[in-house]
Every structure is written in structure tokens, then in C-alpha cells.
Design a protein around this ligand. Structure first.
Ligand SMILES: Nc1nc2c(ncn2[C@@H]2O[C@H](COP(=O)(O)OP(=O)(O)O)[C@@H](O)[C@H]2O)c(=O)[nH]1
Ligand SMILES: [Mg+2]
Length: 395
């Protein structure tokens, strides 16, 4: 099927050169792919559809120079934004591109031609036809394929991460067969780039969950072989993906409090194990042993919170965060005793009930202080919303 696009009249009337599609392409040492990519893009996007191409580059080679030189001979409007500090890796780069894009539709794709450029106009047209906010180019729907995935391990990793993501977000992803896809089109008006906190490769999942994109459609595609260069995916990406999944799952206030509580409860294990070790085989006084065991549990809790739940909000030095957490965790112990005395002696409460109340109060206080004062949320930059500008498909 050949597909061509015409622009939306209102937007054209205001500015005939305003882009209708922004292409966001993250690059990391992709110099060998740029000329072929821009040639194929220029022949795929119809000439009457203004299109801006935004490269967000973290390369250590001469990719930015190759982009600039190739762009001189291309009819497309091309810009390259090189980052000296590649925050958030690939996902961070895409988030930068999403904030800078000005068109009503943004298409995100890789630079290595594993994502066929010919599909770009089809993705946008499919979104228009279905009235969708997001169009996912899928390897896992009828007509799609992942032949370009490099070897059995990559196939297994892709299948496993897809399954894990769908299990964790079964409601949000029930209509998405390929949530790990790096090739998709998103309607600008449905996007709030300021809420994105991406980490590593999985930006699409981040978009669906945080921007609550519910009107989703899919277009099948065959994942191609790399044209040139090597994949930058690594095992470390797998670990990043797991952390990202936990962060996303716990991003609501209730879920985050539940995760905080579970991590706190898990502290019983190192606490009791250390208490036993110090008081039994080593014969230490049980009170002193409990004070030390408590410190081990605090370190355990801090590590889990710091690496899993709050890793995206680590804006101060680790020693500062740990110091504050240590003081907080020890002082709530001290504060609970007078409160317990007050409840038992003055309110004549049962000791167990009073203890439970002090534990709940301490948990709440610890959560609020940790959430608000130790891990500060840094406000993101809000993207000005672009007016919705439908693109009609014509044959
Ligand atoms: N800006 C930026 N782009 C990246 C980074 N890592 C990978 N990329 C780009 O993201 C796209 C997908 O990466 P690739 O290594 O091909 O991953 P694979 O397709 O999963 O093997 C390519 O265009 C890469 O150049 C990064 O840290 N920063
Ligand atoms: Mg690739």
C-alpha cells in the first residue's frame, strides 16, 4: 500500500512551513548509518509533508559532524543536539527530543535502519485513521517479525522483558503487543514530556504509563538487520530495565507507600539474623546486639530504597542521603517510646494496640520525611502543548 499525507489546513494557514512530523532519532556512534538513513527518510516522507528531524546525540565519534554535513544535501530540516552529559542514556535522549519537537505528530525511531523509514508516514496515517494518541510499530503482532534481532539471547531477552512489562502493567498494556518497541508515533497534544523520568532503553513503556496514553493502535513491521555499526545494548540495560519497572510501578503515592512498607518489613530479616549472630555465637549483650542489628537493618532498607524506589531522585551526595536516613530511622525509635508511654499510661490503651499505633505513626512519618526531604523531586521542564493538528491520509 502506498500512503501519502497532506497537512492540516489550520496549521498550514498559520505557517505553511510548520512541520507536520517531528522525527526524534537518538544516536550513539552511528556515523556509518546517517547518509543512508537521511536518504531513505527523504524518499519515504512525501514532499508536501514538512518534516523536522531532531537527532539527540551522545556519540564519542564524529556522528554529529556527519549529520551536519549530510543534512546540507537533504531536503529535510535536520538539527542535531549533542549532549556532553548523556543523562538517562537512550531514554533520556528521546525525552530531550520529545521536548524539542514542534510538530503535531512525533515519530521516534533508531538510526541504524532496523526501523524501516518507509513506515514513518504509515504510522502517522494509522494514528489519524484510528483517532489514536499512540501508534506502536510492533514486531509481535500479525504481519510483524523480529528477524533482525541479533542471536538467540536477544530474542529471549526481548521476549522476557515484553512478558514482564505486560505482567506488571497488564491493564495499561493489554492492547500493546510490543511495549519494548523503540519505533512509534505519538500525538504531541497527548504528551506531557515534563512527567517523563526515563532510564535506559524503555522509553515507550514510560510514555504509556506516565502520560496515560490509552488510545493506542499498532502497525506491524519487520525488525531489520543493522545497516552499519554495532548494537549498544548490554546486560547492564537488563538491570536498568528492572529498576525502571519498579520505579514506574511504584510511581503513584499509594503504590510507593506500599513498596516503602514492604522494604521496611524486609528489614526484619537482616535485623533478626544480626541479632542472632551477635547474641548467640558471639555472646554479646542482647540490648547492644539489638542496637547494632537495627543499624544493619537500616543500611539494608537504605540500599533497597536508594537503588530501587528512589534511584531517580538521587539529587544529593549518597553520604548526605544516608546520614539523614540514619538519623531519621534512629530518632523514630526514640520518639516512639514517649508516645507509647503516653498512650498506655494516660489513654489506658492496651500495650499491643499502643505499640501498633506508634509503629504506624512512625512508618507514616518516616515515609513522609524520606519522600519529601531526603529524595527531592526535581521539577521537569514542561513542553508547550502543540495544538492538535490532524493529518489526513490521501491515496
Ligand atoms: N543518544 C543516545 N542514543 C543511544 C544510546 N544508546 C543507544 N542509542 C541509539 O539508540 C538506537 C538503538 O540502539 P541499538 O544499540 O541499535 O539497540 P538495539 O537495536 O536494541 O540493539 C540507536 O540509534 C543508537 O544509536 C545512548 O546512550 N544515547
Ligand atoms: Mg538497533
Amino acid at each position: 500500500m502506498t500512503t501519502s499525507l497532506t497537512g492540516e489546513q489550520a496549521l498550514r494557514a498559520q505557517d505553511p512551513d510548520a512541520p507536520l512530523i517531528s522525527l526524534v532519532i537518538p544516536t550513539f556512534n552511528e556515523a556509518g548509518n546517517i547518509p543512508e538513513l537521511l536518504t531513505r527518510l527523504a524518499s519515504s516522507v512525501p514532499e508536501d509533508v514538512p518534516c523536522e528531524v531532531i537527532f539527540v546525540d551522545d556519540s564519542t565519534d564524529d556522528t554529529p559532524r556527519v549529520i551536519t554535513e549530510t543534512a546540507r544535501h537533504s531536503r529535510l530540516t535536520v538539527s542535531v543536539r549533542h549532549r556532553d552529559k548523556p543523562e538517562g542514556g537512550l531514554g533520556g535522549a528521546v525525552a530531550v527530543g520529545l521536548r524539542e519537537a514542534t510538530a503535531p505528530w512525533i515519530v521516534v525511531m533508531d538510526a541504524d535502519l532496523q526501523h524501516p523509514p518507509s513506515l514513518v508516514p504509515q504510522l502517522v496515517a494509522a494514528g489519524q485513521r484510528a483517532g489514536a494518541d499512540l501508534v506502536v510499530a510492533s514486531r509481535y503482532t500479525a504481519g510483524g517479525g523480529h528477524a533482525g534481532l541479533d542471536g538467540g539471547f536477544r530474542v529471549l531477552a526481548s521476549g522476557l522483558t515484553t512478558w514482564l512489562a505486560k505482567l506488571t502493567f497488564w491493564r495499561q498494556l493489554r492492547r500493546v503487543s510490543d511495549p519494548m518497541s523503540g519505533f512509534f508515533a505519538v500525538r504531541s497534544a497527548a504528551l506531557d514530556a515534563s512527567v517523563l523520568r526515563p532510564l535506559g532503553y524503555k522509553i515507550l513503556l514510560e510514555l504509556i504509563v506516565r502520560c496515560r496514553l490509552r488510545r493506542v493502535t499498532e502497525v506491524p513491521y519487520q525488525f531489520q538487520d543493522r545497516f552499519a555499526g554495532e548494537s549498544k545494548a548490554s546486560l547492564a540495560e537488563g538491570w536498568r530495565f528492572l529498576r525502571h519497572l519498579v520505579t514506574l510501578r511504584c510511581s503513584g503515592a499509594r503504590a510507593s507507600m506500599l513498596a516503602f512498607g514492604l522494604i521496611g518489613l524486609s528489614g526484619f530479616v537482616p535485623n533478626l539474623a544480626t541479632l542472632w549472630l551477635l547474641s548467640k555465637p558471639l555472646g554479646m549483650n542482647y540490648l547492644l546486639a539489638e542496637v547494632l542489628a537495627n543499624q544493619v537493618a537500616i543500611i539494608w532498607n537504605f540500599l533497597l530504597l536508594d537503588f530501587l524506589l528512589f534511584h531517580h531522585r538521587r539529587h544529593s551526595h549518597w553520604s548526605g542521603r544516608f546520614g539523614k536516613f540514619l538519623v531519621l530511622a534512629n530518632s523514630d525509635l526514640v520518639a516512639r517510646i514517649p508516645l507509647l508511654g503516653l498512650l498506655v499510661a494516660h489513654a489506658h490503651m492496651n500495650v499491643l494496640v499502643a505499640t501498633a499505633i506508634t509503629l504506624i505513626a512512625a512508618f507514616g512519618a518516616r515515609f513522609v520525611v524520606t519522600d519529601r526531604f531526603i529524595y527531592l523531586a526535581r521539577p521537569g521542564r514542561r513542553k508547550g502543548t502543540v495544538p492538535d493538528a490532524p493529518i489526513a491520509e490521501v491515496q
